[in-house]
Design a protein. Structure first.
Length: 637
């Protein structure tokens, strides 16, 4: 069986675990087994070093090498996982320029002894073409390079073409990376370049070619001659290049593995726009690659995309190296040249992998994880020898001789600690330790007797149950919907007369007194709140000729049916309009700068079709568009 290399932009290291088939196990080991990979290159991890966790680093049977952004948070990031049972790199570096330093070292990769370098570092002339300094190029966590005896593996997350502010950085990164690859090939080393390159190589690799050309006012020749696309095609065998080649790029040295196995295949996309739900209609682009040096063309048995695996806006891309290869006229097993010399012979392991094989850049050597064990190792650890009988007897006697803590004090202390949400961890530790609990506790630490504990909550609940409470504060929802319970016949008569009048003052017009909302039933009071004479007069209808006497206390209530209907409309789900498919639309928010930025609108809920446009009379997204302000959400569609 060959060696499988998989590259995947996961759009967040834990993002795939929200989807099937990763959701069941939610472990990286389970993910790699599902991918059936031996080398996994993940991009856009979007994580900082302080956020690394055991399950990411201490993956049983796997080693890992990280490149994380130095300054930006939740941005970029590349990691390469290698299966210990099938491959082990002999060198590892971070970055493309060699300017960075290994962990616990002040010497950069490019200044290390030749036998410890991977090599191929861009020279001064090649770096001078960049408008960014080397430290800036390698500060965003975009590249990890591993060297095996067979080849050099470069895993990258290349900058995307977002706006003009990033153009210089993107161009500089690609130029320096191109120089590094060509330098390695010139040294006689085989190279595999994989990852999210963020370049559609040809028109067949993008569904939005015509739209982009029309938007930018360019033709096909100009489109394929854009700087990034021209650089990639000059690097690849069979790449389309118009005009004379650039200096230093006269000869193509790399080979597009996946396209070579599927020449002319349309719709072989690896990335889709999630905002417009373009994946179901396969309206995307191919920007994830596995590329190798031309002398490795015969090393591959298969390569393809895995568009059916969800978990990101990208899909995995894989390539399988043959189990047996012909090198210098001899048949060689792939395992023999993917591990340090002497570890495999004719595909049979001669020496077991151990922690001594870890490279300085390994994630397992990060101080937070060094000399740590995974959960699996903890359970497989050999049990320690049992204590002798004499030792057990001494422990038992010493425990019996120690003063016992007072149960009530410990219980109250624990209750107080839990109520404070463990604000004093040191205190809780002392309480849980019998030897410490037996010691006298000072006045500040002494727990109060139970009868002196605060009883504010109990008093409050008692006041709520008092029938003659004053009912200060806001009215609860329960009281809002409950029917009025009259306190006496006189008030009941007033309520009946008021309800019979019909023309009630709106709820918003009811005056608010110091005791709450006039005319409202409070859940904290069993009786109505009296109102002043002039307040009651103001609440009466305008055409009411019979005025209440000043000595009469008037209470006006509203029917619970109308407020209930109002609350129901407020919390009910908006009624969506129907699209041309007679299906409910979805609501979206405009984020495009302009006068309509921030406005909501309704549109067809179906995904875009292969054309990338709204269509009529098809199964894909139709032309339905309604501004939210023009649609009454409480009106049936």
């Amino acid at each position: 069986m060959g060696i499988r290399i998989t590259t995947w932009n996961v759009n967040g290291i834990r993002n795939p675990f929200g989807y099937q088939p990763w959701r069941d196990k939610k472990t990286f080991q389970g993910m790699f087994e599902t991918l059936e990979a031996d080398i996994v290159v993940l991009q856009e991890t979007k994580i900082q070093r302080k956020d690394l966790r055991d399950d990411m680093v201490l993956v049983p049977g796997w080693d890992n090498y990280w490149s994380l952004p130095k300054h930006k948070k939740g941005y970029s990031g590349v990691v390469i996982y290698t299966r210990n049972s099938s491959c082990a790199p002999i060198k590892a570096e971070e970055g493309i320029t060699g300017i960075l330093t290994p962990p616990n070292s002040t010497i950069s990769f490019r200044d290390m002894p030749a036998e410890e370098q991977i090599g191929g570092y861009p020279n001064y002339e090649q770096l001078s073409t960049s408008t960014c300094d080397p430290a800036t190029l390698d500060s965003e966590g975009r590249c990890v390079i591993l060297e095996f005896p067979a080849f050099v593996l470069i895993g990258t997350y290349c900058p995307a073409e977002r706006d003009e502010t990033r153009t210089h950085y993107r161009t500089s990164f690609l130029n320096v990376l191109d120089a590094r690859i060509r330098n390695l090939v010139k040294m006689g080393k085989r190279v595999i370049w994989t990852g999210d390159i963020n370049i559609s190589r040809e028109q067949i690799d993008s569904a939005a070619v015509e739209e982009n050309m029309k938007k930018n006012g360019i033709n096909a020749t100009e489109w394929i001659s854009t700087p990034a696309r021209r650089l990639l095609n000059q690097l690849l065998l069979g790449g389309k290049v118009h005009g004379e080649r650039d200096e230093g790029r006269e000869t193509p040295v790399m080979w597009d593995v996946c396209r070579a196995f599927h020449e002319g295949r349309k719709g072989m996309y690896t990335c889709w726009e999630t905002k417009v739900n373009a994946r179901p209609g396969n309206y995307g682009s191919r920007i994830d690659y596995i590329i190798c040096s031309h002398d490795m063309k015969d090393w591959w048995s298969e390569s393809n995309i895995q568009e059916g695996l969800l978990g990101s806006d990208h899909c995995p891309v894989y390539g399988v190296l043959k189990e047996k290869l012909i090198l210098d006229g001899k048949e060689v097993h792939i395992l023999d040249i993917l591990n340090p010399p002497g570890m495999f012979e004719n595909g049979v392991r001669q020496r077991q992998w151990s922690t001594k094989c870890l490279l300085p850049l390994s994630g397992k050597l990060i101080p937070e994880f060094d000399k740590r064990q995974s959960i699996r190792d903890m359970f497989t650890r050999k049990p320690t020898l049992q204590k002798s009988k004499s030792t057990l007897e001494e422990d038992r006697v010493s425990h019996q001789d120690s003063p016992q803590p007072i149960p009530s004090t410990i219980a109250i202390g624990q209750e107080k600690t839990s109520s404070q949400k463990n604000d004093c961890p040191g205190l809780s530790k002392s309480m849980s330790n019998p030897s410490l609990a037996s010691k006298p506790v000072n006045g500040k630490r002494t727990a109060r007797p139970q009868e002196h504990l605060p009883t504010a909550k109990r008093v409050k609940s008692a006041s709520q149950g008092t029938p003659n409470g004053t009912g200060k504060g806001q009215q609860s929802l329960k009281g809002f919907f409950s029917a009025k319970v009259p306190a006496n016949s006189g008030k009941e008569q007033l309520h009946s007369e008021a309800l019979a009048e019909g023309d009630m003052t709106p709820l918003s017009a009811v005056p608010v007194t110091d005791n709450g909302v006039a005319g409202m039933d409070s859940s904290t009071s069993g009786a109505s709140t009296p109102i002043k004479d002039h307040d009651a007069t103001d609440l009466l209808p305008a055409d009411n000729t019979a005025r209440q006497s000043p000595s009469t206390t008037t209470v006006v209530t509203t029917s619970p049916a109308k407020p209930k209907q109002t609350w129901g409309m407020l919390f009910s789900k908006p009624v969506a309009p129907k699209c041309e498919h007679d299906e409910p639309c979805k609501i979206m928010v405009t984020k495009k700068p302009g006068v309509n930025c921030g406005r909501s609108f309704w549109m067809c809920n179906r995904p875009l079709g292969p054309s990338g446009k709204q269509e009529r009379g098809t199964q894909w997204r139709c032309n339905t568009f309604i501004w939210a302000s023009d649609w009454d959400t409480h009106t049936p569609a």
